[in-house]
Design a protein around this ligand. Sequence first.
Ligand SMILES: C[S@@+](CC[C@H](N)C(=O)[O-])C[C@H]1O[C@@H](n2cnc3c(N)ncnc32)[C@H](O)[C@@H]1O
Length: 418
Amino acid sequence: MSQKQRLELTWIGKEIRPKLEPRILLEDPDKSYHADHRMSENDSFDNRLIFGDNLLALKALESEFAGKIKCVFIDPPYNTGSAFEHYDDGVEHSIWLSLMRDRLEIIRRLLSEDGSLWITIDDHEAHYLKVMCDEIFERHNFISNIIWEKADSPRMDAHFFSTRHDHILVFAKNKKKFVINKISVNEEGLAKHYDKVDDAGRPYYLKPLRAMGGDDSREARPTLFFPLTAPDASDVFPIRKDGSEGRWRWSQERTESDQHLIEWIKSRKGWSPYYRIYGDVQSFRPPETIWNHTDVGSNRTSKAEIKTIFNDIKAFDTPKPEKLIHRIIFLATNPNDIVLDSFAGSGTTGAVAHKMGRRWIMIELGEHCHTHIIPRLKKVIDGEDQGGISKAVNWKGGGGFRYYRLAPSLLEKDKWGK
Ligand SMILES: C[S@@+](CC[C@H](N)C(=O)[O-])C[C@H]1O[C@@H](n2cnc3c(N)ncnc32)[C@H](O)[C@@H]1O
């Protein structure tokens, strides 16, 4: 075979590319909104809300923002076939792939070298989308497929499985430059397993000093098999559950130098040594790939948040919980970085980014840009939105945004509309 081949996803119409007429963005100052005074030095007033189709809007952003966006979060229509109140969620599979591809290619150009893309999606398209992103971002820039527990209880009417999760695909623009923030154990309230405090009030937990799992036998590390003296002066050896000889985690020298960290616990089987792990020594941990609803909220959480914000109008069908977006923005950005969401929905990304001191750009095509996003952001700016993450970040209001729409096409249409 002479033709060069490569592994790729193909679909009907993949080779067809839209001809994009560059458009400019026009601000409508009547719809822009700003706090009437500064709340802090870090208030950001130049956030952008763009009303219009995201393909044209992303293209319009390119001249100013190429290489400048630190994090893109998108929650596109999942293509489930549902007809939601505010948008249609069912297009032919190939059409969906083409429209995502066209947008993701521009998104990649907008990302900074150390930037990352986060996409929520479910089983209808997740695996196709992953392969397509491999092609656009290059496979070695794939970071993770996070499982978000979107449901907090089973659905009794499920035909086969009651689906409990969505996927969050994470890609770096350039994996070598991408740095992920670590989760603060204390900040996330995950100090639960630091269940003890020492005399100085420092939290810690205990871990068995005997090695467990993998190479935990005496044979594997003979020098780590030696007796330790228990409080009753007896010798204790590392013995595995099945009665065979095991090994300690520490060398003999370390058991002497770090003796102050060792605690002895007596059970029916006798004395066992444990060692202390302090919260302030290991207070940051890498994020894990399963995100439970108890930590980041579920669809039920976001529906309740939306009801509180829009008590007088029809709530939005498919919002994401603020804590989920907070986790993503926290991991992917630092204060003042720019976050972009080109499928803005009810505006959760902008609301959360704003409260976290990040700059943001949102694009939304539906009328809910006016009925939901603008009122939501006004409440945030006025400090009236005390739901979602507001209390956790001590949100008091401030900043603002500019509202834009796409300038009309400059191309003259002939009588057939071509
Ligand atoms: C699943 S919702 C996003 C929900 C959002 N994450 C939230 O928390 O409210 C997807 C949104 O993408 C919008 N959308 C779909 N196609 C679009 C397009 N071509 N341009 C701009 N927005 C689009 C829909 O109108 C819908 O509001």
